[in-house]
Design a protein around this ligand. Sequence first.
Ligand SMILES: [Zn+2]
Length: 349
Amino acid sequence: MAATGVIEIRGVRAARGERARGFVQIGETATGPIRIPVVIVNGAEPGPTLSLTAGVHATEYPPIDAVMRTVNELDPQHLRGAVIAVPVANTTMFASRMPFVSPIDGLNLNKIAPGNAEGTISEVLAHVLLQDIIGVSEYYIDLHGGDIGEALLPFVACSITGNADLDRKAELLARLYSPDVISLSADGATVPPFAGSIVHSAARQGIVALFAEAGGDGTLEEADVQVHVNGIKNVLRYLRAIEGAPHLVGARSKGTRRFVMRARRSGLVRLKVAIGDRIAEGQEIAEICNMFGETVEVVRSTGDGTAGLIWTHKVVNSGDPLVRCWVTELAPPLPEFDRLSDRVSEGVL
Ligand SMILES: [Zn+2]
């Protein structure tokens, strides 16, 4: 941000106290330009800058709706700092309703960060997001959900970088955002965010970055949208960017690892568990039956955990995944929240 408080991102420009929106061009195909929508809400008073992206996987709809709604509600006259948002990062996926990868170059935008300014359209997109949008922010949230074919238990993840101050801030914001599980991922961990993700790269640029997931399976349910809306607002309140006391939650489930149950046989799936269920080792997860209706396999849990992702396909081939469980532990209370609660009860916040 310039000293004058003006924010300008590739031609989209907002002075202090202004809202601006426009498109930033990423590349072109034979049929026209590839552009991304950018919204800047530049608050009347100085403060923190938060960037938001949704639609990195553009068939994950609740995050997209949550960013649209939250940003449209913000009043620059009553905002400290700024919010810079990309409601749909991957516009070709959005238009084509294609999950996981870009129909243009077959790349998964969340596996190629930090991208490449000279690369294919997805690689340029990763680069532009990280340099020109996330890179001018102190805080960043990448909003996701389960993709098409995935039902999901909400969680929020951040990348442990080794910078204690940065990592602590990210954990604080993750707890403020998540209604359930948080995942703190050191290098080499088996929990997200992983290397190659935008959040992983952003954290290594020194930005406090969250990877927030709610919703799934190509749906747009209000409860899932609200997880994200409440999460963004809670973070903005904590950062004192908007009025109101943050909702503080002390204890959390911290995801330490995950395990996946797969079908060994093929056929129709009769699922026996639901998302969020506590599952015990040996518990029946699903029954697979062949085309004559005979049970060919009973799939049992290989451990104790919480159902975090269910692949919603009703027919499996051998080796297909069925259920992924979180193994969690209780995260310790945060003294920062206790101090903040005191300030809230004293009427300071
Ligand atoms: Zn995603």
